[in-house]
Design a binder for this molecule. Sequence first.
Ligand code: MCA
Ligand code: AMP
Length: 502
Amino acid sequence: MTNNANLYTLFQRHFPTDRRQPFLIHDRGETSFAEVETLSGRYGAVLRDMGVQKGDRVIVQVKKSPEAVLLYLACLRIGAIFIPLNTAYTLPEVQYFVTDATPKAIVCDPAERDAFTTTFDAGILTLDDQGGGSLPGRAQGVGAGGEVVVSDADDLAAILYTSGTTGRSKGAMLTNVNLASNAQMLHRYWAWQKGDVLLHALPIFHVHGLFIALHCALLNGSTVLFHNRFDPAAVIRDLPRATVMMGVPTFYTRLLDAPDFTAQTCDQMRLFISGSAPLLADTFAAFETRTGHKILERYGMTEAGMITSNPYAGARIAGTVGFALPGVQARVADATGTELPRGKVGVLEITGPNVFAGYWQMPEKTAEEFRADGYFITGDLATMADDGRITIVGRAKDLVISGGFNVYPKEVEDCIDAMPSVKESAVIGLPHPDFGEGVAAVVVAQSAVTEADVLAHLAGRLAKFKQPKKVFIVPELPRNTMGKVQKKALRETYSKAFQGHQ
Ligand code: MCA
Ligand code: AMP
C-alpha cells in the first residue's frame, strides 16, 4: 500500500522489527509495539461496529492513559477524525464542541457517562485511566480488525479546537500531510537517534503532547516513559532512563525548584525542548547552570504544529525561537501583509505543508486569517534578524497563556458580564512565577458584587484553568480616547499581583 497517505501507515513503517519492544512504559506495566498494532486495530473495530466511518468525527474527553493513545491511533487507522478535548472542560463547554463537530461517537470518562448519554445524540463509549471502560471492554470481544483505511494526503486526521478572540472556539482541521510533514521534519531537525527514549509528561489533548512528542517517538520506533501527569518527583526518578523530554516552561521552573534535580539526574539526557509559551532567559540560564543543558526552545501553534526552532547543533539563544523550520516560509509583516525590513516588529506570517486546511465549517473566519498569497497570519508579534533568527516579542491577539494552556479573555469576560451584578469586565494575563501568566479579572459592579461572587458564578461554567486567580472590583475601567479598554494600563497597575504565588 505504498500510496496510502494514512498517517498510521507512516508510523507502522517505523515500528521496530522486534515488535515486543515496549512503546509505552507506564504505571501499570508496558504496552509493546505488537500490542499497539492489535489493540488499535480492535479499538478501531469497536468504533466501526458503532457505525463510525471514514470522515466521521470522534470526540474524546478522557484522562491521559496508554489506552487513550491507542484510541488516537485507532481513529487514524479507520480514517475517523480525532477530536481530543481538554479534560478540564465543563459539560456546557463540551456541549459547544459536540454541536459544532456533530461526532458519530464520543469517548468519555465513565464518571461522565450518564451526563453525556442524556445530553448528546451520539454513540457513547467510556475509558478511564486504569484501562477500564466500555471501549476496552468491547474490544476484547472483537476480531483483530487489522486493515488500515486508505487515505489521501489531504484527508482530515484530526480537528483541534482553539479558542477564538471573538470568544467562539474554532476547530483547526489538520490533514494527514500536515501532521506527517511536520513530524518527519522535526524527527530530522532534532536529530532523533537509535535508542532515544522520550519522557512524556504532557497532556495528550493538545498538539504539543499528542503530535509533537508522540509522533517523533513513533517515527523513531522509540520507547516512551509515559507519565499520566507532570509530577516533578516522578520525572526526576525517570530522567536517568530518558534521552529526550519536551515540556512547557512551567515544567522547567518546577524542576529547578526541586533541590534533588541535579546534573546527575540528566546524565543520559540528549535534549530538553521547551515551547507553548515563552521560556524566560532566567530559566534557560538557571537550567544550564544546574544541568549543563541548554534548553532548545521552539515555537508553534495548533494551526501549524511546529513553525520555528532553535537549532540542534548551532547556537540556542535564550529569548529567541530560532529559525523557520525547513519547508516553512516565514515573514514579519505589517497590517497589510507587506514584509517589513529585518529587525522591525510585525506580525509573523507563515506558509508550508504543516499549515492547516482551515477552520471547521467557518470559511469566512478561515479567509480572514490567510493572505491572498496563502500566508497564514499567526497573530504573534515577532522580529526577524538578518540571519533569519526569529524572536517572539508579544501577541497581536488578545490571548493569555497560563502554564501552556490558552485562555481567551473574551470568553471569560462574556461569562462574567452575564452576571446581573456586573456592568463590565476586563480579563488580563499577569506575570505569574509558576504559570508564566496568571489570569486576572478587573470588574466594574452594576450592584454589590465580590470576588467570591464572580468565582462562584464561573465555577462549573468555565474550565478551572480559565478562571481568574484574582478578581479586582473597580469603579471604572481605564479607556483611551476611542473608548477602548486599556488593558496595557491594567497589566501595569496589577503587575505584582501574583508575586510570591506558587
Ligand atoms: C492547572 N491549573 C491551572 C493550570 N493547570 N491554572 C492555570 N493554568 C494552568 N496551566 C489549576 C488546577 O486546576 C488547580 O486548581 C491549580 O491550577 C493548581 O494546579 P496544579 O496541581 O499546580 O496543576 P498541575 O496539574 O500540576 O498542572 C500544571 C501543568 C499543566 C503541569 C503546568 O497545566 C500542564 O500540563 N500544562 C501543559 C499544557 C500544554 O500541554 N500545552 C500545550 C498546548 P485547584 O487546585 O484550585 O483545583 S499546544 C500549543 O500550545 C502549541 C501547539 C505549542 O507551541 O506547543
Ligand atoms: P495554541 O493556540 O494552543 O496552539 O498556542 C499557540 C500560541 O502559543 C502561539 O500562537 C504563541 O502565542 C504561543 N507560543 C507557542 N510557543 C511559544 C514560544 N516558544 N514562545 C512564545 N510563545 C509561544
